[in-house]
Design a protein around this ligand. Structure first.
Ligand SMILES: NC(=O)C1=CN([C@@H]2O[C@H](COP(=O)(O)OP(=O)(O)OC[C@H]3O[C@@H](n4cnc5c(N)ncnc54)[C@H](O)[C@@H]3O)[C@@H](O)[C@H]2O)[C@@H](O)CC1
Ligand SMILES: Nc1ncnc2c1ncn2[C@@H]1O[C@H](COP(=O)(O)OP(=O)(O)OP(=O)(O)O)[C@@H](O)[C@H]1O
Length: 333
């Protein structure tokens, strides 16, 4: 039995490495073939479901966000992490947001600590138990909350935890780029507006909006080769060496919250990708890029499937309903 598992692992390592060699040496590979190559890598990081595991082994994810104005965003991110396959999903939010978020779902563990005077200590206690962190969905922009988020990011880096930064977390990075600069397990997921703010803060000049590929590459390099995902008609993903695009077909519908689905899923996939890399399953490849591509594909597939059912009335909740079948179609077939 052990020998069979080892043989499977070696075969997986060989195929992942072959796929990646092809991907990096393929300056002119067509999009669909490149997409297939990276999708194979995503498939290789998905942990098998077996009866031998205990609760928690496939991921305990924390979301830093949720305040008086925004309770939907952290919920969308946290429930998406669970539905992608994390075993436990925690939300660290303000006191007044907590009861609201709990009322959306009994599946989430909700900590009303973000605006408490000792917020950082309260959250730090949980860090040893977390495999991935998503900072920003519904965080708001109050100074105290941003300061707490900054300190939590710093503590999480010392623990080597993968960190996805989205939404108001990117507002923080715009003001303090050094908070995540050069952290190889960090991923930024800006929409166009957030990207423009970040770019201009780092480069001190207006962005050339005619060449997004160049701009995203430049931003990643300026951030110390951090993985950056510029969301849009095509999602552009780079760690500063090469830009890959995810153009899995979505729909014309853009509903608020689908970025939260993206960042929550990415939190889990980042954990899986880094675990697979540490186990030697993914080699010569930046695990953050693999995770980013997986989450973008999944979000777009959910959007497409939800749109087929609901058309113009599609909401993020409808997309979340599609996570199971979209995941199976993309990564388990
Ligand atoms: N139900 C909820 O609780 C939701 C809360 N959200 C939270 O709301 C907060 C603010 O997020 P915002 O995204 O509004 O941030 P901003 O306040 O920075 O607004 C960005 C603006 O840019 C616009 N925009 C986005 N993409 C664009 C593009 N390609 N070209 C031109 N304009 C574009 C958007 O419509 C938005 O008005 C965050 O904390 C976020 O997480 C959102 O996640 C949406 C859902
Ligand atoms: N024009 C588009 N065409 C196809 N898919 C898109 C388009 N724009 C965004 N998406 C998809 O939606 C995902 C979320 O991007 P979006 O721009 O909605 O994020 P956001 O504004 O941060 O979301 P939120 O409302 O959660 O704050 C992207 O990763 C992408 O997969």
């Amino acid at each position: 039995m052990i020998r069979i598992v080892c043989a499977q692992l070696s075969a997986l390592k060989r195929s992942s490495s072959l796929v990646f060699e092809r991907y990096y040496s393929s300056g002119s590979t067509s999009h669909s073939s490149m997409d297939d190559d990276i999708l194979s890598l995503v498939k290789s990081i998905v942990p098998p479901l077996t009866s031998k595991k205990h609760k928690g082994q496939d991921g305990r994810i924390g979301i830093i966000g949720g305040c008086q104005d925004y309770t939907g965003a952290p919920y969308f991110a946290a429930i998406s992490a669970l539905k992608v396959g994390a075993d436990l999903s925690h939300v660290f939010c303000t006191k007044d947001a907590a009861t609201v978020i709990k009322s959306y779902s009994p599946e989430l563990i909700v900590h009303p600590v973000l605006d408490s005077p000792n917020a950082v200590e309260e959250i730090e206690k949980w860090l040893p138990r977390l495999h991935g962190l998503v900072v920003g969905p519904g965080l708001g922009r109050e100074d105290f909350l941003l300061k707490t988020a900054k300190e939590v990011i710093e503590k999480s880096k010392t623990r080597d935890i993968p960190i996805v930064i989205d939404a108001d977390g990117l507002w923080l990075v715009t003001q303090h780029p050094s908070v995540i600069h050069g952290y190889q397990k960090g991923i930024l997921t800006p929409n166009f507006m957030e990207f423009t703010r970040l770019y201009e803060a780092l480069h001190h000049e207006p962005m050339d909006s005619s060449d997004h590929q160049r701009s995203v590459l430049q931003l990643s390099v300026a951030m110390g080769n951090l993985t950056v995902v510029l969301k849009g008609e095509q999602d552009l993903i780079t760690d500063g060496s090469k830009v890959i695009s995810c153009s899995v077909e979505g729909s014309g519908r853009r509903c608020g919250g689908q970025g939260d689905l993206l960042s929550g899923s990415m939190g889990v996939l980042a954990h899986w990708a880094h675990a697979a890399s540490a186990a030697g399953v993914v080699r010569s490849v930046n695990p953050s890029v693999v995770a980013a591509f997986g989450a973008c594909s999944l979000t777009r597939q959910c959007n497409s499937q939800a749109f087929q059912r609901h058309g113009r009335s599609t909401t993020t909740s409808d997309m979340i309903q599609e996570i199971g079948s979209a995941f199976k179609k993309l990564f388990e077939s």
